[in-house]
Design a protein around this ligand. Structure first.
Ligand code: MN3
Length: 205
């Protein structure tokens, strides 16, 4: 990914804020990208301003390194770097158009681990609904195949050495303007704009 080191920039999306309508609304996309993600980027840059050694670390390494400490500035760096990483993953696996179902190697892996795409979607939805408060649900690749997990707040699955394929942001700011408190409707709509081509790319990486 470009711009993977300090100073972090809020890269424009590869699609317009309105292009995920009617599944995810334009205003939500705009606020989510230009305000929520922007705040994590600004906070992270501010925390790294005087940390010359950490400025050279790529985002993933920054998360891994700072997660080993339970004092400041590392707690703040870990939270905000996680916010940048998680949002970049979320936005990069949404699409304007493209495959609406998995294909190729990822389809094979999903069928091997979950029996069918339908079963996989049901399992993933259950996980996304189970996040208490704010967080994410993830599809990950490990040595044995695929697994679904959840993380709280801006924690990432990177520390467990799994390779992320995609995530869904289930913080209320991701859906409240359109779906109000109905997270299950949001998850159904999110499946309609999930970028399966990008997911397979991440799976094969
Ligand atoms: Mn968010």
């Amino acid at each position: 990914m470009h711009n993977n080191c300090y100073p972090f920039k809020n890269l424009p999306l590869e699609y317009s804020f309105s292009s995920l309508e009617p599944f995810i609304d334009e205003k939500t996309m705009c606020l989510h990208h230009d305000r929520h993600l922007q705040t994590y980027i600004d906070n992270l840059n501010e925390l790294l301003k005087n940390e010359l050694r950490l400025q050279k670390m790529p985002l993933e390494e920054l998360i891994m390194f700072s997660s080993r400490f339970c004092c400041n500035p590392y707690i703040g760096i870990c939270r905000n770097a996680g916010g940048v990483y998680n949002h970049r993953m979320f936005f990069s696996t949404l699409k304007k158009d493209g495959a609406s179902e998995p294909g190729g190697e990822l389809l094979k892996a999903i069928c091997k681990s979950y029996g069918s795409v339908e079963n996989f979607k049901a399992e993933f939805k259950k996980a996304a609904l189970s996040v208490f408060g704010s967080g994410y649900a993830w599809l990950l690749r490990d040595k044995n195949g695929l697994c679904i997990t959840t993380t709280a707040n801006q924690q990432t699955p990177l520390v467990c050495k799994y390779k992320p394929i995609f995530n869904i942001d289930v913080w209320e700011h991701s859906y409240y303007l359109k779906h109000y408190n109905l997270r299950n409707k949001y998850i159904d709509d999110w499946f309609c704009v999930l970028n399966w081509n990008k997911a397979e790319e991440n799976y094969l990486k």
